[in-house]
Design a protein around this ligand. Structure first.
Ligand SMILES: [Zn+2]
Length: 394
């Protein structure tokens, strides 16, 4: 965030702040941890930690309070976001509506706002989101360090290449950044980041997430970082050719998994005549609520088999330690476990069958994309170079 700084000075600043950046990252991964616990986790001496905390406090990044007593030993302290510290903004634009949040260095979502879509016009949706983000900016001014947007679609840089659920093609999101750093990513990919850092996959070094709503999407993370590809459009799992129906997908390809798995596919199979993705997801949720694992309907069994087969394909390709699933995927697996398990096992490479990675239900669910967006914004706002700029070393 100081692009004009000479490389040697920038490198010096990065070295000066790299351990402090590690402390801040470990802190937000575990905001309840005491200072003593973080010191141990980062393999620091207590003296080094004392120096770091003094710098972070003087730099308006974190402050301290007494930690709850834990029995014997010296009382420790707990870290808190500094009351004048940096903040990031996040927005999540889904098929049904949008939500925004502000977060400090602990990554907790605060001041949530949101609305539902009156129509799917990019202008009206983006105007509403931008007005809300600008409200935070007026309130917090210089404290806002980055903005991060989650959107249900394929993104390349700050551009929505296509979104089937919103009906958007080639929509630019840069107005949401107000001239500051702006990150834009797919919602399911961000949900995977959230699970890897704060949810069911936080113990896994490599994890894969699959979110199923209208269609399927996901992402994989290594050491908590998403694998985004050259342009940010990686991990379009819904557009892998795992679908058997010869139907052309909205992306332009034939045979996408997205056309076979999710509310859109189930609504088509059940011949439900519905107006759009919101109605489809609602109707399919109601239909699933009436299903029983004792006698799942053929359409549900087909969904479970497709889910199992596709997840096995992802495991063969990505080699994750752990898989998380969210949205309709959790219900589909729960309601037709036999069909899921058989298809899953059959599609796994044989050497994996005896010990496949666990497939867990996600923990963050609807908050996942917003939490993931905050995480990536804080990566940017709290990088060593950004910390140096924040404390005014330019
Ligand atoms: Zn497709």
């Amino acid at each position: 965030m100081a692009p004009s700084r000479p490389p040697a000075r920038r490198r010096q600043a990065e070295l000066r702040w790299s351990v402090a950046a590690d402390v801040l990252k470990a802190y937000r991964g575990e905001p309840e941890a005491s200072r003593a616990e973080l010191t141990k986790r980062l393999h620091l001496s207590s003296g080094t930690m004392t120096d770091l905390i003094s710098r972070l406090d003087a730099g308006r990044l974190i402050t301290e309070t007494a930690a709850a007593p834990t029995g014997r030993g010296r009382p420790s302290t707990q870290l808190l976001p500094h009351p004048d510290g940096p903040l990031v903004l996040a927005a999540d634009i889904t098929a049904t509506g949008w939500r925004t949040a502000v977060a400090g260095v602990d990554g907790r979502l605060g001041e949530l706002h949101g609305g539902s879509h009156d129509d799917y016009s990019p202008t009206s949706i983006l105007d509403a989101v931008e007005a809300t983000l600008n409200g935070y900016r007026r309130r917090y001014r210089h404290r806002i360090s980055a903005t991060s947007v989650s959107l249900a679609g394929t993104l390349s840089g700050t551009r929505v290449v296509q979104s089937a659920v919103l009906g958007w093609q080639q929509v630019e999101l840069s107005s949401l950044g107000a001239g500051g750093p702006l990150l834009c990513n797919n919602d399911a990919t961000l949900a995977g980041v959230a699970e890897a850092r704060r949810g069911a996959a936080r113990q896994a070094r490599v994890s894969t997430h699959l979110m199923v709503l209208s269609g399927a999407g996901g992402g994989s993370c290594q050491d908590g970082d998403p694998i985004l590809g050259a342009t940010g459009a990686s991990a379009e799992y819904g557009h892998l050719p795992f679908g058997r129906a010869p139907i052309r997908c909205s992306c332009g390809a034939v045979g996408c998994w997205d056309v076979e798995l999710g509310a859109r596919a189930l609504a088509r199979e059940l011949a439900l005549d519905l107006a759009g993705p919101v109605q489809e997801v609602t109707a399919v949720r109601e239909w699933l609520a009436a299903q029983s694992p004792d006698a799942p309907a053929p359409e549900l069994r087909a969904q479970a088999a497709s889910l199992g087969r596709g997840l096995a394909g992802l495991i063969n390709a990505v080699d994750p330690e752990l898989v998380t699933i969210s949205g309709l995927a959790t219900d589909v697996r729960r309601l037709a476990p036999g069909d899921f398990a058989e298809a899953f096992s059959q599609a796994l490479m044989s050497y994996r069958r005896s010990c496949p990675p666990p497939v867990l239900d996600a923990e963050l669910n609807e908050d996942g994309p917003l939490v993931g967006a905050v995480e990536l914004a804080l990566d940017k706002a709290l990088s060593p170079a950004a910390l140096s700029a924040w404390v005014g070393e330019d």
